[in-house]
Design a protein. Sequence first.
Length: 216
Amino acid sequence: MSRRSLTIPCTVVVALLAVRGAHAVPSPSNSTIPQHVLLVGRLDALADTTEGAFSVVVRDLTNAPVANSTVEFRILNCPGARLSSDSYVPGSTIRCATVGVLQATDSHGEVRMTAVGGGTPGSPAGAGPCAQVFASGVLLGTITLSYLDLDGSGGLGTNDLALWLTDFGSGEFPGRSDYDGDGILGANDLSIWLSAWGSGRSFQSAATYCPPARPR
């Protein structure tokens, strides 16, 4: 008796892979997250993706990419940092309850995100890792955060530059002004701010911000 070959339609294969991806558990050790993220401004309805874009790649315990995983970049535990209540990035949403930006990974387990936000006048400058990256509810890691719009209003301007110079002259290393995330304030941080200011892509601050939430 001869064996008959088994032919599985492509649509079934795609559906099976989708189900696998939906149930795959993200692995913090195998996934890739940035070490540092920069909050940026906007120009009309578009976020400054030139300065602020960062990537997250979600993989499971077998090192396979996890598609359709909801990635959340959360700044809930960053004192003084404020997140725009509008995303200004197609495909992403804002969850003000956790002060987070959410976006789903593609078929390669990757997502490219940008967060629009700024500082709060009179707030602590902050230092050390405080922002969190989650995937499907799993904490992938905690990273450092800085923001170009230090006063959170009027887009990038002279007051933000004055605040950066104050941080620089303090002799300390305020995290909010450490734009390259290397742990110190220096010429490269100032260069990043000037580049963003000159491009005009962070010309405007967020129209509205998420209300303050209790850190957790």
